[in-house]
Ligand binder design. Structure first.
Ligand code: NAD
Length: 338
């Protein structure tokens, strides 16, 4: 097989994994294996940008499906399609400190500075599924999954069964999208799987798939019985709000009754962000939830705006993944406990 044939076969293989993961909540490879395939794909694309096909998973969010597949999916889906006001993106990945340093180098390049250390807000990357909650004149109106980043599924009734989501907000812009991560604790995942084994229901591979499967239920009372939780960390747009940094935003969310993750921290420069990441690796066994890394975000919104987005991810944030051995240990713990 030539390198270009290998490239095209990787595109197909990863698309298939995306379909199983995002549309069926039933992956056939581990996240670490998936990430290795994505790394190989990225490296081939870096060496041969002329090979890049539009359907490449590096150019898209979620499962890239064509219009016919989208129609078939929507016809089968019990959820109505909802168009997000602002696109929902993914995140680029860092796997070691040098990737984090390259992230800061790129920020310097794009902003026309050299060797400058930027301010970041670092957060835990909880492994769940992202949700977009829309408030019209301060009233919660709908909630949708990320979908392909442009159109998601209407899961409003299901989301409303989760605590920590204000129904009404005062003094906010007419249109407001608040974004976060729906997840399931490891304890609830084990309980659910033990129950499923006993009663012959669906056994989920991991808490992320269990959270996704539980949120996307036809019957909201089933979702209610699954004890899902949600953490918020972003807005679709900050226009009209007096928040200027990611740190201020997390405080704003808390002050307005949104559940946020307690582990966030300010860092100056990539090396402090790397130190936070190491701290989180130490803390990891104590987390009640699966976290697959940390997220490092440029703190100032004016700089975020200048940096902008690629086709699938912001240039101002990066997901620094936890090491694979750690991921395996947690999975083994869960299987042993089951
Ligand atoms: P991602 O999970 O790598 O990163 C983006 C997501 O992180 C966001 O959409 C959001 O949901 C989440 N997130 C959690 N905490 C956050 C925070 N504090 N701030 C911002 N975002 C936060 O991206 P993705 O595109 O959803 O998925 C890619 C990953 O999913 C892969 O790296 C792999 O681990 C996994 N995956 C696995 C398979 C498989 O077959 N095993 C298939 C597809 C994807």
């Amino acid at each position: 097989m030539s390198n270009q044939e290998r490239y095209l076969s990787l595109v197909n293989e990863i698309q298939e994994h995306n379909r199983r993961y995002y549309l069926e909540d039933n992956p056939s490879v581990s996240d670490a294996e998936y990430d290795l395939l994505m790394r190989e794909l990225r490296s081939l694309e870096e060496q041969h940008p002329e090979w890049i096909v539009p359907e490449s998973p590096t150019q898209n969010v979620g499962a890239d499906i064509d219009d016919a597949q989208q129609d078939a999916l929507l016809a089968r889906s019990p959820f109505a399609p909802i168009q997000h006001l602002h696109r929902m993106t993914s995140l680029d990945n860092a796997f070691d400190d040098s990737d984090l340093q390259s992230f800061e180098d790129r920020i310097n390049r794009v902003l026309g500075t050299s060797g400058q250390s930027y301010d970041y807000t670092c957060e835990l990357k909880i492994d769940g599924l992202s949700i977009n909650v829309y408030y019209h004149n301060g009233q919660l109106t709908w909630a949708a999954t990320r979908g392909n980043g442009v159109i998601g599924e209407d899961v409003t009734a299901n989301l409303l069964t989760i605590p920590g989501i204000p129904r009404k907000l005062e003094g906010v812009p007419e249109h407001l999208e608040v974004r976060g991560e729906v997840f399931m604790t490891k304890e609830e995942f084990l309980r659910l799987n033990a129950e499923a084994e006993e009663l012959g229901g669906t056994v989920f591979k991991n808490p992320r798939n269990a959270a996704a499967g539980s949120l996307r239920q036809k019957d909201a009372s089933v979702t209610a019985s699954r004890k899902l939780q949600v953490n918020f960390y972003a807005l679709g747009s900050t226009e009209g709000l007096a928040v200027h940094t990611q740190g201020e935003l997390l405080k704003w969310l808390q002050d307005h009754g949104f559940q946020t993750n307690p582990y966030s921290k300010h860092a100056r420069g990539w090396s402090e962000a790397a130190a936070y990441h190491r701290e989180m690796i130490q803390e990891r066994p104590n987390f009640p939830v699966d976290a697959d890394g940390t997220v490092v975000k440029v703190d100032r919104f004016d700089l975020q705006n200048e940096l902008g987005f690629t086709s699938r991810a912001p240039r101002w944030a990066i997901a620094y993944k936890f090491p694979v051995e750690e991921a395996r240990t947690v999975l083994q713990d869960i299987q042993i406990n089951v």
